[in-house]
Ligand binder design. Structure first.
Ligand SMILES: [Mg+2]
Length: 245
């Protein structure tokens, strides 16, 4: 593991959808199938939602609200468990792709001993299935002690990020918010990072343009993650600014 000159370790926390991979609607299709089976009708409630940057539990809550149904935790847990089972096949559908530069970036970062984590609104197994489809899951740790935040950590992305920071601190001894970096593709990633005092690198490979991400308050913005390894490694070592700053 690389340390910065002052001995502190820096952690890179990646979002999944729109940042590392494009799942081509597999998550939405899976959730639609499960909600339809569970509720009998969904009346296009999911179609009207912009899911980008939303956590999975929040998506379920909003669909239920749109249908005038009360939210309940047991129902949400059941829906998300079933969702993962459907996603196993849906993720194999056409259109899935690893986003530009991501495979090389993760290989380079891991090869240099950078500390890689996840900060995503996916449930853990959903994130794992999406990353496995792209051959990227082995770059991340899984299980309760992994430096990561997922949907079960809270409906608001801020809570997901806080969980990732807490697990990072448990693993590394200490982790200041300024020693973590959120890498995400939506204004929601940016807002959560800013709320927690974590720097944020936004990448315009999702639905949002660079200008929108800059306006949202990102510290740095890149069109893609292509060629970002050297400067991200320099930042992680405390020796350089963020790429795209
Ligand atoms: Mg995303």
């Amino acid at each position: 593991m690389r340390s910065s000159p002052d001995g502190r370790r820096r952690v890179l926390l990646f979002d999944v959808d729109g940042t590392l991979v494009h799942a081509a609607g597999a998550g939405r299709r899976s959730l639609e199938r499960v909600l339809l089976a569970e509720l009998g009708r969904i009346d296009g409630a999911l179609a009207g939602l912009r899911l980008d940057g939303m956590t999975d539990r929040l998506i379920v809550r909003e669909v239920l609200a749109a249908l005038g149904r009360p939210f309940d935790d047991a129902l949400c847990d059941r829906v998300l468990d079933a969702y993962v089972e459907v996603l196993r096949s849906e993720i194999e559908g056409p259109g899935f792709r690893v986003l530009p530069g991501v495979a090389e970036l993760l290989a380079d970062l891991a090869g240099e001993g950078a500390v890689l984590g996840l900060c995503t609104g996916n449930v853990p197994e959903g994130a794992r299935l999406k990353l496995r489809r792209g051959g990227l899951d082995a770059y991340f740790e899984w299980g309760p002690s992994a430096i990561a935040g997922f949907a079960p950590d809270g409906e608001a992305r801020e809570r997901v990020l806080r969980a990732a920071l807490r697990r990072g601190a448990e693993r590394l001894g200490a982790l200041r918010p300024s020693d973590a970096l959120v890498i995400g593709d939506t204004p929601r990633d940016v807002a959560a990072a800013r709320a927690e005092g974590v720097p944020v690198l936004a990448v315009a490979t999702g639905r949002f343009a660079a200008g929108e991400l800059r306006d949202a308050g990102a510290d740095a913005v890149l069109p893609t993650l292509e060629g970002a390894a050297a400067s991200l490694l320099a930042w992680a070592a405390g020796r350089g600014p963020l790429p795209g700053a």
